[in-house]
Ligand binder design. Structure first.
Ligand SMILES: [Zn+2]
Length: 372
């Protein structure tokens, strides 16, 4: 709920509030972020407090303007003499409200956007969790899983998802959505379906790329693989056969270790067996492990996001180790995989020849859903 008083410190904010405009400063567009209030937008166009009071007391429907949420949008249109002509309030999950001003009276008109739009869509308004709220909105389990699998590449559902965030799914008759869009306070992540040459449907960002990342084979510059993945290996320290569920890259102590793909730091710890160890999470199912490190990268802690190629630590021989090397693991849903054999999905792109139509469709969907 936004309040409509005007504390003096807000005045400083107003000066920073630069509206996007077209047509000689007569048409202003705004998108609401957390903490925004309608009066901020109103005043930034140069309109007066008297007019705002008049507007607010003109009709009880005007109170809707004080009840705004991130992702909602406003247009304020002025006449040539900079007097008010029209306000268009477009809430994310409701029909637009038009308010016209003729210099004396305000006229209200609510348009039914759904009647004019061919697009069908589902809005998942986050109150508890994606799983809970999506089910409540009628989204089936398979689609919810798809959403988690995709968006986990760019967000941690346990940390980043906030009450009031939204997911918007648009449909074109298939069982799976045509677009999946996350609208949060700080960012919007929009994914659009595209069928590849084999007819397989994938979701791409508007730049054409899928949201996942391609893994580099080794997270370190190594001299050789000193021990591969095996179910049974002689352990010289424990003097017994044990499975080796990772790949050992031999490299001198202090050799930098880099994230092989973008991900989230899940765990940074010192354990008896692994020594100094880092766990990275990539998407919803994939975890990579880096053990026996001499040091962690400065400032690295759980909850950090890392980019592909970002320094995370240095090779060492901490924990149960016979000499300097990186012990590297890939786990999918907790199951250890052989890094030398596994074929991980690569990031793929919409072919150049199809980009214009792909981007045109993406733009149309965002426009119809009123998402910037
Ligand atoms: Zn190992």
């Amino acid at each position: 709920m936004q309040k409509s008083f005007l504390p003096s410190f807000i005045l400083a904010l107003l000066l920073l509030c630069v509206p996007s405009h077209a047509a000689e400063d007569h048409d202003f567009s705004f998108k609401v972020s957390r903490g925004d209030a309608f009066y901020k937008f109103f005043f930034s166009t140069g309109l007066s407090g008297d007019l705002l009071n008049k507007l607010m007391s003109s009709d009880k429907r005007a109170q809707r303007l004080n009840n705004i949420y991130p992702g909602d949008r406003f247009r304020i249109i002025l006449n040539d003499d900079h007097s008010l002509k029209q306000i268009v309030f477009s809430p994310l999950n409701d029909n637009p409200l038009n308010i016209y001003y003729d210099g004396r009276d305000f006229t209200y008109e609510k348009k039914d956007a759904r009647a004019e739009s061919a697009l069908t869509y589902t809005i998942v308004n986050i109150q508890k969790s994606l799983n809970y709220d999506a089910k409540k909105a009628g989204v089936d389990a398979e689609v919810i899983k798809m959403m988690v699998d995709h968006f986990s590449w760019e967000m941690d559902f346990s940390r980043d998802l906030r009450k009031g965030d939204r997911f918007v799914l648009s449909w074109n008759g298939d069982k799976t959505p045509e677009a999946m869009i996350y609208v949060g306070d700080r960012k919007t992540i929009a994914l659009f379906s595209h069928k590849d040459s084999k007819g397989i449907k994938k979701y791409h960002l508007s730049n054409g790329f899928t949201i996942n990342d391609t893994f580099t084979f080794a997270p370190v510059k190594y001299s050789r693989i000193s021990s591969g993945f095996s179910k049974r290996r002689w352990h010289p320290k424990l003097k017994t056969y044990r499975p080796h569920r990772g790949t050992d890259f031999a490299a001198p102590t202090g050799t930098p270790v880099y994230a092989p793909a973008k991900g989230l730091v899940k765990y940074v710890a010192t354990l008896s067996g692994y020594g100094n160890v880092i766990y990275l999470k990539h998407g919803s199912e994939l975890v990579t492990v880096y053990a026996h490190l001499s040091k962690f990268a400065k400032g690295l802690k759980s909850g950090n996001r890392v980019k592909k190629g970002e320094l995370i630590g240095y090779v060492g021989s901490t924990g149960m180790s016979t000499g300097p090397h990186l012990h590297y693991e890939i786990r999918i849903n907790g199951v250890h995989k052989d890094a030398e054999k596994i074929r991980l999905d690569k990031r793929s792109a919409v072919p150049n020849s199809e980009m214009p139509s792909f981007q045109k469709r993406a733009k149309r969907i965002l426009f119809e859903l009123n998402i910037k």
